[in-house]
Design a protein around this ligand. Sequence first.
Ligand SMILES: Nc1ncnc2c1ncn2[C@@H]1O[C@H](COP(=O)(O)OP(=O)(O)OP(=O)(O)O)[C@@H](O)[C@H]1O
Ligand SMILES: [Mg+2]
Length: 312
Amino acid sequence: MNSIETLLKVERADLSFSSRGGTWVQALSKVSFNLGYGQSLAIVGESGSGKTTLLRAVLGLLPLDSGDIYLLGKNLEQCTSSTLVNLRRRCGFIPQDPYGCLPPTLNVLDAVTEPFILVNGKQRKVEANEKAWQLLKELGLGEERISKARIRSGLSGGQKQRVSVARALILQPTLLLADEPTSMQDASTRGEIIEILNTRVASGMSLIFVTHDLLLARAAAGRTIVLYGGMVCEYGNSSDILEDPVHPYTRALFSALPKLGEKLQLLAKNRTFQTEERGCPFRSRCPLSDDQCQCSPPIRERKGRMVGCWKT
Ligand SMILES: Nc1ncnc2c1ncn2[C@@H]1O[C@H](COP(=O)(O)OP(=O)(O)OP(=O)(O)O)[C@@H](O)[C@H]1O
Ligand SMILES: [Mg+2]
């Protein structure tokens, strides 16, 4: 595949981590999806389901065990390191942890302009400042007091997270990878950030938005992938998935939305994923599982979306 019609194509991506003690975890298992220009995709799943690993693999920061990732028409596995650097420049990344990823000694304005200056040089500092101010205002950080505050000492967690959003947007990325970018925000700021991202998508940016929350996934992205134990449970239109979930895991997630009741306890039970190479990772928690689920389920079309389950 060398056309750039599709911005990103992930094909049967497998990725595992092993430790010195000999244990290993299958972080991604036969994950496939694609993303076009100006499209948005949410990745939903509980802690440890492989969301951050998937983003890092898309950036070429983690090599796959097998499968392929094509970004802007290039197979990442075959890229030289300079090609990878160029590809990454077209991508914005909002890391999950705003504490660890920002330059602690800079003030807010300099932290936001830094990526622009690194790419375009100091001679464009005035332009960088204008762009940064615009973004900071959009993100509710437009006061001079905040722009002059040091990252290390002068900001709340939520403010740091918004600085990360501004840093990722200042280079007008072709693809934005946002790893839980609103996890520390109050409801109204969360809505504003989603609106900012939606506006960028409407102007042609592609977006991958990671979240634990199905409702937020629908607000942020046209399509959703539900991941469990590194495997795609359900992949399709976000509204379809939210309104009529098919996979037993998505159904349990959905049931847990309005009330913290029984169903959430079902999800919380046996929180370890199955780590054997074969089989459905949800089987020990799934009310529908039987012997067939000892084998990895195929991904099949159901109700207009892709579902990885033997039983639905
Ligand atoms: N560098 C690593 N070394 C070993 N195991 C890792 C490493 N990074 C991730 N893992 C494991 O891979 C699995 C997926 O991790 P990942 O960080 O992708 O999950 P996540 O869905 O982003 O979770 P969260 O919602 O908590 O951020 C987990 O079991 C995790 O422990
Ligand atoms: Mg993560």
